[in-house]
Write a protein that binds this ligand. Sequence first.
Ligand code: IVH
Length: 665
Amino acid sequence: MNLNYEQLVERINLWNHAYYVLDNPLVSDAEYDLAFRELLALEADNPELVTPESPSQRIGLAPIAEFKKVEHGVKMLSLANAFSLQETFDFFDKAAKELDVSPESLAIFSEPKLDGLAITIHYQHGVFSYAATRGDGQIGEDVTHNIKTIKSVPLKLDTDTPPEQLEVRGEVFMPKAAFEKLNRLAGEQNTKVFVNPRNAAAGTVRQMNPKIAAARDLQFIPYGIGEYQGEHDFTRHSDIIDYLVSLGFRRNPHCYAFSGSFAAFTDNYQQMEQLRDSLPMEIDGIVYKIDDLATQIVLGFIARSPKWAVARKFPAQQVTTQLIGVDFQVGRTGVLTPVARLEPVFVGGVTVSNATLHNMDEIERLGLCIGDSVEIQRAGDVIPKVVKVVEQGEDRQPIIMPEDCPVCASPVARTEGQAAFRCTGGLICAAQSAERIEHYASRKCMNIVNLGTKLIELLYSKGIINTIADIYKIKLEDIATLEGQGEKSAQNVLDSIEAAKTTKLSTFLAALGIPEVGEGGSKNVAKYFKSLPAIQAASVEDLLQVPDVGPVTANSIVDFFHDARNQAIVADIINAGVHWEDEQHEPAQAQPLAGQTWVLTGTMAMPRHEAKALLESLGAKVAGSVSKKTNCVVAGAEAGSKLAKAEELGVKVMNEAEFLAAFRF
Ligand code: IVH
């Protein structure tokens, strides 16, 4: 071919762009392979020539040891959801009112809502610098090694005048065909099968070794920018998209510009709904954005989402299939949940072969037997569920709860007056152990920050931790020798276990995962008895004196502490140094909201349990529904019926910022 190194790089990148971005191959696979091999040979002989934009650099990175945290200069926000045309229209009608214009005068830009995960990619002087996940919107994880393998992501922007800084934001997803292929292979090789393309994409992006991502077909489509230092003065969002496409990115198919009338939203929605199944990628809705950037700035944001864009979500999809069996899964608190095994059926781009049945009462309510034809429903990332029996099977078999736990063979029992059946194996049941350990270490409980679900599962599968007490026996080398871990991260885990030894009695009680004893119950019990020995010695009658504790909870606590295995585990934990201040001695807090009832609704930036704890620490009771007795409703983004009810009843409403300003800072 007689091209020099730079020309060869440019040529291969041009072919890549044609193939992976434009879906328009310019050469045969053989010709491409030949050029690529020539490039590799040239680079092997002249390593000093290798540039960051060389196509060889996509898979050249070594596996990483841990995900580095990345702080986003410009927050990565989420979108409010609309579940009907009316809600969509109302969203922009509200924006129009704020702007004092008619909704019809708003220029709307619609984009398919790609069902993957949000990624941001930084370019410096036109060259790929690093990529990160959204994380909590403020801090994400560095996933450069995997994002570089995506061939529709340019390593160098296609422009002679690159911006000094450009942060491209968009969705990484797995096309439907690639997902089917991946799962077919996983089935053959007996490896992990993914539930849907989004999970497959997320699972791939979170791999330590970039070779795995390189072997899977991920794609990236941008939907906006973050930080930008360049010469363009964009006036419309759609100009930004055109600019990104000119730089070498893929264009989201089927984007439209129209005015914000009800009829226009209706037409657009109907059109997209019809197109949905024929698209090569999963979409879970349509994103509508106000195109004019100056208007976007005027409207700004509420909580975590912009007031100029909304995600119109597609409704659940339903199909009919046959119930071929029922398995019973054992959860953290020992509850046996029936899971429907279905004749595999394709719905919304995914093959579904399992669905939740909740409990035996639900099976009875549905009148369900094995062999029946059933209607199943799938909505976004929600686990599919059986909605109804469409036709009874000819040779239908009743669904029977097993007498013994399918995991540990302990007897299964049903508590009087409850829907749930439970394994009585307590902390010895393997199914309960791993989940109990995760619950114990979680942020809401002991808050062992560096001991996450994945690590627990790994340590559990290797037999290093079998019960919650074993957490305190973990040694540095137990972790440091695991794949993807090093001494430093192992030490971080041990440090966080140590730091979390100082806790509160109520937190410890909740962390034990005693059936029926949640956060609220634990607080009441700890406040009443004030010490662990007093709780351990309490009878059902004693426990019934505690506010809001009924017979079911009281019996559950007594059963738990009377079990010798549980006693041994609790004693081991205390001997390992877990301790708390006597709650009697906790400094008395001002309780300005004593006697008040508050309701939290919508999506808030602050985790819901933290907002609840904050309100409770101020003396308020947090209720689940709005009534005339409600003192105040804190409404986050996407607040719906509860907010409407509060407005109807004239109950005071605060947004999250007002709430925080009043009580947090
Ligand atoms: S715009 C300021 N456009 O949906 C908000 N998001 O539910 C920027 N998504 O986190 C998002 N397709 O990961 C936007 N065409 C699209 C999208 C899209 C998919 C995802 C994105 C976002 C999530 C919000």
